[in-house]
Design a protein around this ligand. Structure first.
Ligand code: A2P
Length: 270
């Protein structure tokens, strides 16, 4: 990242994972080599992630733990309090990355508090999620520190090219949530992806994860199944041919499986 801190290109997502399955998933993930674990206060599983991080047997400094400020805390101006609550619930002394979950009203003020926590050394990197260029531009006008990361929904059907260009120009690294196309969205069954997977003797998930990381996009696929956690990580040393990348590049439909940031922000204006 722009501040010199390294972040793994592939990590484990934990959205919609219950507490116990989250604990097991994180333990399995660390066992097979994942070092980046992503959670959020709104997922309700921060305690399980923290516990697994503390008990997994890998040194804390070798792991990269990300969590996110909840919309309610951001809106209510409770950023610092929420951050310290999170550290306490997770049983951790610091976070590797703390993100503002959505650009809801209050996010510009919340960012100032993230900057302070960052300069106090309590977080190794700070960033945002679900920000479009207009949200980042507004932040730029008042921020002292440019976000290091912007985590957004991204996969071959939502390639976010313009946003990626905007972020690249500012040294903001893009991170993809729902890199597999989300829960039940059918991306992995897409005939083109299945065809590439068959030709390259890989799973569809490995194909779309490689599509991301080969472009420098950090992917955080969610799974609570040991076999999937293992196979999703088995992409090191594999690369897609130019022809494959072109076929995947042609799949973009600007198709979201999750909400648009304006929908989330709009809910706070009602
Ligand atoms: P599960 O947790 O039951 O394995 P995304 O990260 O794009 O949001 O996708 C997450 C969804 O994809 C979850 O429903 C997860 O289910 C499923 N999933 C994760 N890995 C794979 C895989 N290798 N093959 C098929 N589905 C997967």
């Amino acid at each position: 990242m722009r501040n010199g801190v390294s972040i793994p290109l592939l990590g484990l997502g934990t959205f919609r994972a219950e507490k116990e399955e989250t604990y097991r998933a994180v333990r399995w993930a660390v066992e097979v080599g994942y070092r980046l674990i992503d959670t959020a206060r709104d997922y309700g599983n921060e305690p399980s992630v923290g516990q697994a991080v503390r008990e997994c047997g890998v040194a804390r400094e070798e792991l990269f733990v990300t969590t996110k400020l909840s919309n309610a805390d951001c809106y209510a101006g409770r950023t610092k309090q929420a951050f310290f609550d999170t550290l306490k619930t997770m049983g951790l002394d610091y976070l590797d990355l703390y993100l503002i979950h959505w650009p809801v009203p209050g996010y510009l003020q919340a960012w100032k508090e993230l900057e302070e926590l960052y300069s106090d050394g309590l977080i190794r990197a700070i960033g945002v999620c679900n920000c479009h260029p207009e949200h980042l531009a507004a932040l730029e006008r008042s921020a002292a520190v440019t976000p290091m990361i912007n985590q957004v929904e991204m996969h071959p059907q939502l390639a976010q090219k313009a946003l990626r260009g905007y972020c690249a120009n500012r040294g903001i690294v893009c991170q993809a949530w729902s890199p597999l196309g989300g829960d039940g969205a059918g991306l992995l069954q897409h005939p083109i992806i299945q065809d590439i997977a068959e030709k390259r003797q890989r799973t569809s998930a490995q194909i779309v994860l490689t599509w991301a990381i080969q472009q420098g996009i950090i992917a955080i696929p969610k799974s609570t199944h040991r076999d999937r956690i293992t196979s999703n990580f088995d992409v090191l040393g594999f690369s897609l041919e130019v022809e494959d990348m072109q076929r995947l590049g042609a799949l973009n439909r600007n198709r979201r499986t999750g909400p648009h940031p304006d929908e989330i922000a709009g809910a706070f204006h009602k």
